[in-house]
Design a protein around this ligand. Sequence first.
Ligand code: SF4
Length: 402
Amino acid sequence: MTSKFGLYVHIPYCLQICTYCDFVKFESRDLPPHSDYISLLKRELKTRARAFGSRELTSIYFGGGTPSLFSPAEILSILEAVAIEGFTLASDAEVTLEINPGTITEGSLDEFLGLGVTRFSVGAQTFDEDLLKITGRKHSVADTLATLKMLAERKTNYSFDLLFGLPGQRIDGVKRDVRRALEFSPSHLSAYNLTVPAKHALNSGRASDDEQAEMFELIETELAAKGIFRYEVSNFAKPGFESCHNTLYWSDLPYWGLGIGSHSYVPRGDDALESSATPWGVRFWNPPTIAAYRAELEKVEGARFWSSLSKDRFEKLELNEALTDFCHTALRSQTGLELARVEAKFGPTLGKAVRVRLDDPKLKEFLQHRQGSFALTKRGQAMADRVFETMTFLKDEILEKT
Ligand code: SF4
């Protein structure tokens, strides 16, 4: 059994719907009371916990949505339910809560800390009042400053979410945003280039692709000057403050997602679930609405784990899919794709096939090779899709090699 295992808990409640957001979320007024949703989470825990065995959690991540709309007592009741089902927390476990400015107070922050939250992720996005309005955010810059002040005063481990490439935004604006965030000493920062469909209203007035690439470089430079370094395509941290939970996603490690729309992954060789049914690992995910989630949980009471999952939300990975996922996720991290790990998991023949693709002259400027590991160059980070395309293995291509 792998030693690391994380639990993701999705809280889909939001005060408003931001215009660029593609997460599974709803306005709070369109959802049942928190207590009802918590009962569903507890039911999922109860019906499915046995499939994972009573194991130690190295991370719990409350994501959303806006988890900070739940009170400390409500978050505590979820943590208690996790413990009741036999899961223990590692002594150095990371427990993250996503918060939005304007949704916590000094009192609730202290309570969250008191009940064991070790890390916060702040959905701040920008310090530009007009851009907050354009993107549909409900909070103001003053709310963000007040939240950051509370976190900094308590020397809390927190991450700042920065959105760039917004309509009308230019390099100077991005520089102001990063510098202002740095005044509050975050230990971690996630920087996302706005991604919306071509015809989306937020696409008008945006900087050119080259300028957006420059913005990303500027963010990296500003952060590095303060000892905050990139460790994944969009994530930067002071050494030792990398997100343990998100690192599971990039390291082929297992996680269980609770709540609507949540995704789970169990790699090959993990004792969880029924290993005979997982030759190359499995992925599964929950329905995206509360009605469908509730219906599924009511139907499966007492059923075996596999039969409780609908076929269109459950994938037994084929060898080519597992290899592709392994390459893509590893390439997102700064450590890169280690050939020895490819060989250990997939054998020497596929290890060689991966090496041939990595050596493709088309990828020369996008990849750098260091001590048996291939990582994206700066240019590669900006053009990661091209690398991922080359590192995608089709079923027929794999069959020829095995
Ligand atoms: S607050 Fe977050 S999850 Fe909710 S709509 Fe806005 S971006 Fe999406």
